[in-house]
Design a protein around this ligand. Structure first.
Ligand code: PGA
Length: 256
């Protein structure tokens, strides 16, 4: 568990640079700066530089939605961790849309995690089962495989940088979120796998977030769930009022 709550907004492939800049402007007036909440925005690559210049760096941290593992070279269309270095504090790695739409495999994801760490970018490794895997009772096997696959070349020391996001694929963009009890059990499984790889103290310290149809109405339920350190928000992060409400629900959650 971490002493801060993380609220991460994944804007996906939405908004041009003007719209992104406007959303940041609106968020800035809606959102209060709380020292117990780390607010992270993951805009499309194109807007990262503008947002870096425009944003209040104490209030908003930036994340990339993806990156490539080689630092430079003949890789048309890719963006490397070394190009993102200094602009973003975090990077989503292995989001289910990357795995399922673009065919990213465990090996790609593990290289991306290492490239992020090598370039001082904290990876937010996304894991989670599909509806079919869930109905087949394979959730913990999937979490095991994705955790081992993503973190197999990482050291205990590197783990200080790593955040895990549990994002059941069936809950993403579906309006059908998981139940806080399911998220608690997934967070437990994730920490058990981390414990087997890196020991108890690393497992305890690694932040675990939940993502999948998070809204202002259900955010508090997840934030109160045992072992959950924050939220990865897709659709609702594009609405400044909704996203600000989610951030407010993370502030002082332990005393609410
Ligand atoms: P959603 O997306 O909140 O729209 O379900 C979450 C995500 O994909 O990170």
């Amino acid at each position: 568990m971490s002493d801060k709550k993380y609220i991460v907004g994944n804007w996906k492939m939405n908004l041009n640079i003007h719209e992104a800049s406007l959303l940041l402007y609106k968020l800035d007036s809606e959102v209060n700066n709380h020292y117990d909440v780390e607010i992270v925005l993951a805009p499309p690559f194109l807007s990262i530089q503008t947002m870096y210049l425009q944003s209040d760096h104490r209030k908003f941290k930036l994340a990339a939605q993806n990156l490539y593992w080689h630092d430079q070279g003949a890789f048309t269309g890719e963006i490397s961790a070394s190009q993102l270095r200094g602009l973003v504090k975090y990077a989503l790695i292995g989001h289910s849309e990357r795995r399922n739409v673009f065919g990213e495999k465990g090996r790609d994801i593990s290289r991306k995690v290492q490239a992020a760490i090598r370039n001082n970018i904290q990876p937010i490794l996304c894991v989670g089962e599909t509806a079919l895997e869930r109905s087949d009772g394979e959730t913990s096997d999937v979490l095991h495989d994705q955790i081992i696959g993503g973190l197999n070349n990482v050291t205990s020391h590197d783990m200080e940088q790593v955040i895990i996001a549990y994002e059941p694929v069936w809950a993403i963009g579906s309006g059908r979120s998981a139940l806080p009890a399911d998220v608690e059990s997934a967070a437990k499984t994730i920490r058990q796998n981390i414990k087997h790889m890196f020991g108890q103290s690393v497992a305890k310290k690694t932040p675990v977030l939940y993502g999948g149809s998070v809204s202002p109405d259900n955010a508090q339920g997840f934030l109160r769930a045992d072992g959950v350190d924050g939220l990865l928000v897709g659709g609702a992060s594009l609405d400044p009022v909704k996203f600000a409400k989610i951030i407010e629900s993370a502030h002082n959650i332990d005393s609410k």
